[in-house]
Every structure is written in structure tokens, then in C-alpha cells.
Design a protein around this ligand. Structure first.
Ligand code: NAP
Ligand code: G4F
Length: 345
């Protein structure tokens, strides 16, 4: 039987690498796109041992001709759009670029699919950030969007245009509204990996302090390996439909940091209030974590918690890794990396 052909944009990112691994294990021919730049970012594919198995093609989301070239060349059965400027903080500094990549980039892909081959199944990486501030209950596919950053607003466009191409042109296009998912392959700019990598470096004596912004922000953190399974299931569904993937649990940044510090071997005590809050190691009396107002965002989202009931009932999907195990997996990985040398990524 002919192998199914999958195309993953953003294969050099966290989810791209895990999804490529999953699809290779399922017998797909996997093509992944990267951005041509001075330094190639292939460490995740290397860590998973799949660098040789994924066919790499260069693609810049802003260039429609790049998208058309790749689609015509490989004729994919399934197109997973994971590429994006995905860092919320950076979207405040580079809002126009973020909108071009995360909003118009999606439209460029959908237009290319419409013009070249409407049978290609399309997945769009939507985000729980689209819900933004407001609803304190668990968020599902029908909850209102109140996006709070240029990133989230761009993702709302990507989400709606995906629904529109499904409704208007009958394309099998679906959108996964994914809550935060993390792993040892998470970029070090995101708060979970920033915490585990910096604490490991402090333990190894190469860094002194971990500086954080809004430690009272709460997120619904799952494991990326579980979430890419849900992405694949959405595309295998009989009908294209959008789903929330989440764990249904909320934890604060402070909780994540305190647990990670304990697992790394610090005995933290929190002191001070509000902007002067800090944590010392009881044994050495040294400051391990302190606040830095520079990491606050112009507008943040204080709580995101999802309701994955529809995915559980209709996709037979379930997150397997719990919060405590997720923190442990990330801490263990960064401890190991820091013992081998400086953590660079
Ligand atoms: P990530 O690690 O930041 O990966 C993003 C990927 O997009 C990287 O491969 C990056 O390439 C590529 N990319 C960025 N700008 C591009 C451009 N202009 N043209 C082509 N490629 C570009 O993100 P992730 O955590 O894997 O997330 C995957 C997708 O899911 C993203 O769309 C993100 O917004 C969305 N999402 C993530 C989460 C989460 O919690 N992880 C939750 C909801 C939604 P380089 O390697 O060259 O930078
Ligand atoms: O780890 P974060 O940067 O992730 P954020 O903003 O929730 O976005 C991630 O998840 C989204 C899904 O909901 C994705 F769509 C998006 O692409 C990305 O993957 O920040 C989490 C929280 C924020 O409230 C932030 O203000 O942690 C808070 N925080 C506190 N101190 C910090 C820091 N965030 C970062 N990155 N660095 C800090 O020092």
C-alpha cells in the first residue's frame, strides 16, 4: 500500500518534532519544513533520533510561492500547519510580523490548497490564548474569544479562516484549540522550560538566580507527546471538526517553580510581597528565584483551563501525563543536560 504523505510546517519546533516522530511510527512518509537561515535549528529532531528520517524542505510562511512549491512537489495527503511565531511576549514587540506569519500565513496555505488540491486534509494549530481573559470556568469549543495579545489575535484569524475554508469550499480543514503543552523539547523562552533549565544551571553552579514575571498566572499544562496524538486523531476523524485539547487542571507558575526547585534539590522558602517576592534556599540562604518586572506583559492572561470532554468522547483521546510527572520529566532532562555541559537550548 502507498505510504500516506504528511507535510509538517514548523517541524523544527517542539510539536513538529513530536508529531513527525508519531507519524513516522505510523508508517507515513514525513516531510517537514524549516526556515532557511544562518543557523539551522535541528536539535529536537536530533534528540528524537529522527533527523535522517524526515525529509526537510525550506519554507517561509510569509512567501506564498514557497507554500505552493512545496505542495506541488510532494503532493501531501495531510498538511499540518504548526509553524508560527509562537512566543506571546515577542508578539508585543513584533506585532506586524506575528500577524503576517500567524494570521496571513494560514490564509496563504488555505488558498494554496484551494487552488492546487482541495482533497488535502489541513490541520491548523489554534491556541487557548484565543480565549484570553474572562471566563473562569473550564473553556470548551463554544467559549467566547477575548484575545489579549497580537499573537492571540492573529491565532483567532487563523482559526476563523480555517473554519471558513471548510464551510465555503468543503476542504477537510480543522483546528485544534490546544492548551499549553510542554516537554524537554520546549523552547527555553517559555516559562516551564525557562524554570527547569535555569534551576538546573543554578544547581550546576553556572547561574545564580532565576528571574520570573507574573508568577500568579495559571495555566493548564499538559505533555506535548500526548497532544500530538490528539492532533493526528482530529485529521483521521470522519468529519472535520475543531477540538479543545487540555488536561482540565490549573496550576500557577509559582507552583511549577516550587515543585521543580524541590525536584532539583532546593528547599525553597518564599518571602516578600507583590513585586518584591523572592524565594531563598533554606539550606544555603541564597536567593534562587526573584521577580523581574521586565517579564510582565502589557496585557497577560491570568488563567487558562480547558475542558477536553469532546476530544475524550469523540476522538478517544486522553492526556496521559499528569502535572507532577510532567515537571519531573522536564527537570530530569535538564539535570542530565546540565551535568553534560552548559544548557544552550
Ligand atoms: P515552536 O516550538 O515555537 O515552533 C514553531 C515552529 O514554527 C518552528 O519550527 C519555527 O521555526 C517555525 N516558524 C516560525 N516562524 C516561521 C515562519 N515565518 N515561516 C516558517 N516557519 C516558521 O512552537 P510549538 O510549541 O511547537 O507550537 C506549534 C504550534 O502550535 C505553533 O503554531 C503554536 O503557536 C501552536 N500552539 C502551541 C501551544 C503550546 O503550548 N506549545 C499551544 C497552542 C498552540 P524555527 O525553528 O526556525 O524558529
Ligand atoms: O510559558 P509562556 O510564555 O506561555 P503562554 O504565554 O501561555 O503561551 C504558550 O501557550 C499558548 C497556549 O495557551 C500557546 F499558544 C503559545 O504559543 C505558547 O506556547 O507563559 C505562561 C505564563 C504567562 O502568563 C506569563 O506571563 O507564565 C507567565 N510568566 C511569568 N514569568 C512568564 C515568565 N512567561 C515567560 N515566558 N517567562 C517568564 O519569565
Amino acid at each position: 500500500m502507498k505510504k500516506k504523505i504528511a507535510l509538517i510546517t514548523g517541524v523544527t519546533g517542539q510539536d513538529g518534532a513530536y508529531l513527525a516522530n508519531l507519524l513516522l511510527n505510523k508508517g507515513y512518509k514525513v516531510y517537514g519544513t524549516y526556515r532557511r537561515s544562518s543557523s539551522l535549528n535541528l536539535w529536537r529532531l536530533e534528540e528524537l533520533g529522527i533527523l535522517e528520517s524526515v525529509e526537510l524542505l525550506s519554507l517561509e510562511l510569509l512567501e506564498k510561492s514557497n507554500i505552493e512549491r512545496v505542495i506541488k512537489l510532494i503532493k501531501p495527503d495531510e498538511f499540518y500547519n504548526l509553524a508560527a511565531q509562537s512566543f506571546v511576549s515577542l508578539s508585543f514587540e513584533n506585532p506586524i510580523y506575528t500577524a503576517q506569519a500567524d494570521a496571513l500565513g494560514v490564509l496563504k496555505i488555505l488558498e494554496s490548497i484551494r487552488m492546487i488540491d482541495k482533497k488535502i486534509k489541513f490541520y491548523q494549530a489554534s491556541s487557548s490564548e484565543m480565549f484570553g481573559e474572562g471566563d473562569l470556568k473550564k473553556l470548551n469549543e463554544n467559549s467566547l474569544f477575548h484575545p489579549r495579545s497580537p499573537y492571540a489575535i492573529s491565532k483567532v484569524f487563523g482559526h476563523h479562516i480555517t473554519v471558513n475554508y471548510r464551510e465555503a469550499y468543503g476542504i477537510f480543514a480543522c483546528s485544534g484549540i490546544l492548551f499549553n503543552h510542554e516537554s524537554p523539547l520546549r523552547g527555553i523562552e517559555f516559562v516551564t522550560r525557562k524554570i527547569t533549565s535555569t534551576l538546573a544551571e543554578i544547581r550546576a553552579g553556572r547561574k545564580k538566580v532565576l528571574e520570573l514575571g507574573n508568577i500568579y498566572a495559571k495555566r493548564d499544562w499538559g505533555y506535548a507527546g500526548d497532544f500530538v496524538e490528539g492532533i493526528w486523531k482530529m485529521i483521521q476523524n470522519d468529519k472535520p471538526k475543531d477540538y479543545v485539547l487540555a488536561t482540565g487542571e490549573e496550576h500557577s507558575v509559582k507552583e511549577f517553580a516550587t515543585l521543580a526547585a524541590k525536584l532539583i534539590g532546593f528547599n525553597l522558602v518564599w518571602k516578600g510581597k507583590k513585586f518584591n517576592e523572592y524565594a531563598i534556599d533554606k539550606d544555603t540562604k541564597k536567593i534562587i528565584i526573584k521577580k523581574n518586572m521586565g517579564y510582565y506583559r502589557p496585557s497577560d492572561v491570568s488563567l487558562l483551563k480547558g475542558d477536553p470532554t469532546n476530544a475524550i468522547n469523540n476522538l478517544n483521546w486522553k492526556p496521559k501525563i499528569k502535572f507532577k510527572d510532567l515537571v519531573k520529566i522536564m527537570v530530569e532532562s535538564d539535570k542530565k543536560k546540565s551535568l553534560k555541559g552548559k544548557i544552550l537550548q
